[in-house]
Structures are given as C-alpha cells and as structure tokens.
Design a protein around this ligand. Sequence first.
Ligand SMILES: [Zn+2]
Length: 421
Amino acid sequence: MSETILITGASQVVTLRGGGPRRGNSLSKIGVIKDGAVLVREGKIAALGPRAQVERRAEAKSAEKLDVGGRVVLPGFVDSHTHLIHAASRAEEYELKIQGASYEEIARKGGGILNSVKKLRAATREALKRRAASALGEFAAHGTTTVEAKSGYGLDVASEMKILKLHQELNQEQPLEIVSTFLGAHVVPAEFRGKADGAEKYLELLMEKLLPELVVGDLAEYGDVFCDRGAFTVGQSKKLLAKAKEHGLTPRLHAEQLSRTGATQLAVELGAASCDHLEHVNDSDIRALGKSKTVATLLPGCDFHLGLKEYAPARKLIEAGAIVALATDYNPGTSPTMSMPMVLSVACNQLRMTPAEAIAAATINGAAALGREKKIGSLEEGKRADLAVCEVEDYREIPYYFGMNLCWMTMKSGEIVWMKD
Ligand SMILES: [Zn+2]
C-alpha cells in the first residue's frame, strides 16, 4: 500500500472524537459520520469527515483507495486487561465448574491460578511465544489494535522475567502494540504457602529481587496486584504498589471481584491508572470512582464464563461519573476470549450499557486506562490510524450479533494487519 490511503464507502464512521476519557452522558456521544471517509497518511489520520468533503482534498485524489463497501469503520479496540501469556487452557476446570465446583474450591485443590503457574514454569519460551502470537492474531481478527498484557503465571524471578521479556519481544515482532504490566502479586505461589508469613516473604522477593531486575530491562510500564480474598490484602497491595511506583511503574489493581476488600479506595488513593472487575463495589466506592481519574474497568466476560449472576454495577458507575472501560480479561481460568465484540454483547445485555456506551468504553476509555488517550482510542486528525471495519451497516449491530466475528478488516498504524478472505 502507498503511504496515503483513502478509506471510503463507509456507511458510518464512528469517530469518538472530542477527546477522552468519557464520563456520564458523554460516554454515549460517539460522533457518527454517515457516508464517511478517512484519509490515512504515514500511519496517522490526516483527515476524516463526510466522504464528499474528504474527497475534495488534493491529497485524497492521489491516495490509494480502499472502499469498505458500506461497512462500519470504528477505532481499533483497546483491550486494557489481559493475561496474554499462559501455557494452556483450563478446560478440565471449566467442566468441574459446570458440575458445581466454585472457583475458590478449585483453587484450594491446587487448580486455578496455581495450575497455570505449574504449567507455565514447565513450558518452553518458544511454546509460550507461539501460543501468545496465535492469540494476538485472534485479537487482531476481532478488531483489537492495542493489548495490555500482565505477567503473573510465573511467580518466581526466572518465570516472571520469562513472561515480561516475551511481552517485549512480541511487541517488536508483531503489529499490535503490547502494554506490559507486572503482576507478580497475582497469588502466593505454592512454595510460600503453609507458613504464617509466606505472603510477606514472597512480597519481599518481589520487591527486593524482581522489581529492580525488571526495571533495569525496562520490561513493564504498570504494576498490578490481585487484591482479594485468597490473594493479597489491601495493606500488602499498598506496600507493593508503593514500591513499584518508586521504580517508575504506574499502579493498577484487580479490585472487588470475589469480595469487597477496599481495593477500590486504595486505587483512588494511589492515583492508580485503573481498578478492574468491581463486581462487589459499594456506594462509597462508586462515589470515589466518580470523582477520580482512576478508570473503572469492567470485565463482564469473566462473569459470563463463570456463569455468575452478579455483574459489576455499570449503570451506577456511569451515573456517578466514573470513567468506565471494558476489557476481555483474556485468561485461561475465567475469561478465555480474545473477542471484544463478544464482551460488548455481554456488556449490553447484562450490564445494561447501550451499544454506544459499550463501544466508547472499549476504545477511548480503554486507551485512557493505558494512559494513551491522546494517541489512540478515537479517530481524529493526528492520531494513530488504528481502526476496525465491521461487516455491518449500523454500529449497534456490532453487539447485537453475538458469538460471531463480524470484523472485516483491522488496521494498525495505517497497515492492514487482518482482513477477512
Ligand atoms: Zn485479570
């Protein structure tokens, strides 16, 4: 393709223009242009607007034309919460859960996260990389252009470093952008369990050995903690995230998924980039998020897969003015999907978000959760040409159809990275 591309023939261009992040009523104002066109130059958006207007530009006349045949163009999805690197699925636990075992019962029997840890430690770098590269291909095929990726299935120095180095390699070797997060404090590994101070000793290892080493290699931008029942306490999370912050990592948190711990208040207090899950937030947490810059990232794919009835209170969060984002939480235990369109369907049906709100939450607000809202997450002049084209005429059909992939083309920085045959 030439340096300049004119994308034309769009029934709708969903722009999300007007800056971000989006709160309250602005979440549903997604800036739709009917019969729109987008001019892409050197990987960035040079112009966009009604087709006739964009086509009048001299540059548009000499550009290579890409006719999308009446489909919908929207910003590429920004998936701000994934556990990209893991060794295998946990389909056997899926079956146990269907037969009645709870997530926590499975974890107590050595299943759950520790099962994935055992498999990751035994896996070769090459096998992990192959699996992750194939997953990234699926993300691209479903319209996602930026993927946050967490470590957290290694839980010792060598294995966590193995994951974080793979984030870096994959970021250089394939087209999607990977934003790396250190989640050494996912759970306490088996070898530290059974002692009263096991968790403290493990956190010491993370703070004294692992953090300094990963910082030298510039291997992570964010530090995350699974702050919940069966994982880490608010006090432990605070200690680790403060240390991570000293090393230049911006905090984020897994908060209030299995129980209410106060992790949301901690996230707000620390100025965390996001706090994620939020199924068990209370009214005071919701108020705090409404006044804060910390993004409230909802992961309804997780509740869907676990067959849970209680989803995060998206409507209350939106009404309180919180910055609500949506992400897949791609991981082998609770949310095995790379499909943001499927997450949008669940968000509409179960969280009662409108299609417009869900799309904004998965694009501009996802970008805000990764500190990238000025570069990606909306289609505006000067921003990166990251976009998805869906095989629908109306953007509301993106969540309306479920369990099928209607993404027709994905473009990252002006390059086509996926196209339907
Ligand atoms: Zn997670």
